[in-house]
Design a protein around this ligand. Structure first.
Ligand code: CA
Length: 231
């Protein structure tokens, strides 16, 4: 962790916020603290953070709602959820909604710090930039450009495109896409993939003579340079 590691601690219990904040500062992070959900969202709009430490029990908005909003943002910070709710249901829900880790209060700071370090390391090792022809996807900044022009994508559109680009040249079935992007079994609802692919094509391919998104008959979809250009 370096001074460039920016952390936002969202916690209304001042004692815990101070304890976590001071610890992170001594570990070299730059720390901001938000005492409720609204000010947390405000701070996230003003600045991109690398890590959000998020308490679920906030005085104004449910922490899970805040998490949902974080995940809908274009930049994707790592998120550690803090909660006294130790039950499995909340834990699963938090992870499903995109938290990267989950700590139940009370916790020891050494354990917290170990998790933070693991999380930031994991993020650093993930490939973050994918390119197919003039189409570029930056997974870290959640940005997509085609021929240098920025393209705005909805979160699910982005996830589908990222999944296709991570597996460039490999046909992916609708079921695989649904399970990956929605993180659940959407059996029978695979038509939703066709809808999203249509949106993606209109944003990515329609304005260019070079079509990147291919329909693979009987399987699903694939992203690659068209064969006639490659060969
Ligand atoms: Ca709280």
């Amino acid at each position: 962790m370096t001074e460039q590691t920016r952390v936002l601690v969202v916690e209304d219990e001042k004692r815990i916020a101070d304890f976590v904040g001071r610890g992170l500062e001594s570990a070299g992070c730059t720390v901001a603290i938000a005492g409720d959900g609204a000010s947390a969202l405000e701070k996230m709009h003003a600045l991109d953070y690398d890590l959000i430490v998020l308490d679920l029990n906030l005085p104004d908005i449910d922490g899970l709602k805040v998490l949902e909003k974080i995940r809908n943002r274009k930049t994707a910070p790592a998120v550690i959820v803090l909660s006294v709710r130790g039950n499995v249901e909340d834990r699963v829900k938090g992870l499903e909604m995109g938290s990267d880790d989950y700590l139940v209060k009370p916790f020891a700071f050494v354990e917290f710090l170990a998790r933070v370090k693991a999380l930031l390391r994991r993020g650093a090792n993930m490939p973050e930039r994918f390119q197919v022809g003039d189409l570029v996807l930056d997974a870290l900044r959640r940005k997509v450009t085609r021929a240098g022009e920025s393209i705005e994508l909805a979160p699910k559109e982005f996830s589908i495109l990222e999944y296709l680009m991570r597996h460039r040249g490999k046909p992916l079935s609708r079921t695989m896409i649904v399970e990956h992007v929605w993180d659940m079994d959407y059996d029978g609802l695979t038509n939703i993939v066709d809808v999203y692919i249509r949106h993606l094509r209109s944003k990515i391919d329609d304005d260019s003579p070079v079509k990147m998104i291919h329909t693979v008959r009987g399987i699903g979809y694939m992203i690659d340079m068209p064969a006639e250009i490659k060969n």
